[in-house]
Design a protein. Structure first.
Lengths: 107, 387
């Protein structure tokens, strides 16, 4: 976590964010240890969009999900961190609409 | 003033360079650095020191609980308290304290403490703490529910001690169909409850309202004085004037023939304590949700852990008292009057301090300091306030 804040006026908001994160994800730490054995059950078309520079969950996770979810597709967005829909909304929406359009054609 | 010999039972053979390289002696400092043969000797050395404190005339001996750290070898303090319950013949025996939120079954503390109170025939003091932030990393307990779990565990334990069982308990975190611990505590209604803290305002207020003894951990004396004043103010708001016995200052004292000798002898061992054994990153000390945001900011600003400290700085700011018998007497009297406490929880061993120096220090404190403070109460405005 960040020891020194560059914008002290955001300190309270930052602390609240950290508290909310801890509340949800302290133990087990930000993941479900049983997820691996369940992912194969997903039987709907699945698009995995991931930031290439995600430092919370590195993009290797995207490839792992792609392999575990049958028929899924993984898209890595360059120069993007943990939140593609906020950081690269145009690319995100374009990938999503293409994916949905592809599903319609297939149907 | 009452003197307790507070031991933190460090693994004093720890590789200080390895701790420095790791960044902390807590949680991530590998236990491959622990040598069981050396550790076993240390347990006996330290328990012998506690028994020595009893024969020297200290009023009590104190243990505490920390996990996964070379700072202290007491993850389960009740084991050592059990060993001391029969060999410490006269002094009080205090665990300051068990970290309640780390437990999935707080009734086990009600049982453990009641056993110790019986074994010592009522010489036991029951400390309850939340554990420092590092414990929440070490034990996998969510710091966000720490205060809730603490409050609930405390209430359950006190009820288990004071209400005839069996009764059912339905809490948010703990559920029991039968609360009916055997044995019951020896003391009536239960052992004295002491609350050590780093200075959380909500803890100070709560301890004052409950009339529990409040113990301030490792802090400069000016900060200690401020927190003790907060306690007195909260007690007055709750409708009573607290006794100075309800305020305990957790300190370190080292006595030698001269100031210069005392500083020279204590320096490497005390600096190893604060700069190696106590050092940890701020996110380890204060995980999110461990305390409210205001307290977190205040504790972060006030704490001495994390910063590099010299013995000179620690001695000048009154985190510790190191010096000749005369210097130590003068400073202790000054600090007692300033902060208004009547209980000193004194680490006579600290950091890497070896056995012979520790025992010499304990003897010097018992002979040169204790007799001068036996009947001394805080003077000045604190005493005026108490009268």
């Amino acid at each position: 976590m960040i020891a020194r804040l560059l914008r002290p006026e955001l300190e309270d908001a930052n602390m609240k964010n950290r508290i909310a994160t801890a509340k949800l994800a302290w133990q087990p730490r930000t993941y479900d240890p049983h997820l691996r054995k369940w992912l194969h059950r997903i039987d709907v078309p699945t698009l995995i969009i991931w930031g290439a520079n995600d430092r919370v969950f590195p993009m290797e996770y995207a490839y792992a999900y792609q392999q575990l979810i049958p028929g899924s597709k993984a898209v890595i967005i360059p120069e993007c961190g943990h939140i593609p829909q906020a950081e690269k909304p145009a690319v995100f929406v374009s990938e999503l609409t293409d994916f949905i359009a592809g599903m319609r054609i297939a149907a | 003033m009452k003197f307790f010999n507070f031991h933190h039972m460090p693994y004093r053979h720890a590789d200080l360079d390895a701790i420095e390289k790791n960044g902390s002696a807590w949680v991530t400092y590998s236990n491959r650095h622990y040598d069981p043969h050396k550790g076993a000797e240390l347990y006996h050395e330290y328990l012998d020191q506690m028994e020595f404190a009893d024969t020297l005339g200290f009023d009590g001996v104190c243990l505490n609980e920390h996990h996964q750290t070379a700072y202290g070898m007491m993850p389960i303090p009740g084991v050592l308290a059990g060993a001391l319950a029969r060999s410490v013949k006269r002094a009080k025996l205090a665990i300051l304290g068990r970290a309640l939120p780390l437990l999935n079954n707080p009734l086990m503390v009600a049982e453990e403490y009641a056993m110790l109170d019986n074994l010592t025939r009522g010489r036991f003091i029951a400390g309850f703490v939340r554990g420092i932030g590092a414990e929440y990393h070490a034990m996998g307990i969510n710091p966000v529910v720490s205060q809730e779990r603490y409050a609930e565990a405390h209430d359950l334990i006190v009820r288990a001690w004071t209400e005839p069982g069996p009764f059912a308990y339905e809490g948010r975190h703990y559920h029991f169909n039968y609360v009916n611990p055997w044995p019951r505590p020896y003391q009536t209604p239960h052992p004295p409850i002491w609350i050590p803290s780093q200075g959380s305002s909500s803890t100070i207020k709560w301890a004052a309202q409950k009339r529990y003894t409040y113990a301030q951990t490792l802090s400069p004396i000016a900060v200690v004085a401020r927190f003790f004043q907060m306690y007195r103010d909260e007690a007055e708001k709750a409708g009573y004037t607290p006794s100075p016995d309800q305020l305990a200052w957790s300190n370190t004292i080292y006595v030698a023939e001269t100031d210069e000798q005392a500083m020279r002898e204590a320096k490497p061992h005390l600096e190893a304590l604060v700069n190696r054994f106590l050092k940890m990153p701020v996110e380890m000390l204060l995980p999110p949700g461990y305390t409210n945001i205001e307290s977190m900011k205040r504790v972060r600003a006030a704490k001495v852990t994390g910063k590099i400290s010299s013995i000179e700085e620690l001695n000048t700011t009154g985190v510790v008292i190191v010096g000749s018998p005369n210097t130590v007497r003068e400073k202790l009297a000054e600090y007692q009057d300033l902060a208004g406490f009547n209980t000193s929880l004194t680490k006579t061993q600290f950091g890497t301090l070896p056995n012979d120096m520790t025992r010499a220090n304990m003897t010097a404190i018992a002979e040169e300091i204790l007799p001068h403070f036996r009947d001394r109460l805080p003077q000045g405005k604190q005493q005026a306030a108490a009268e």
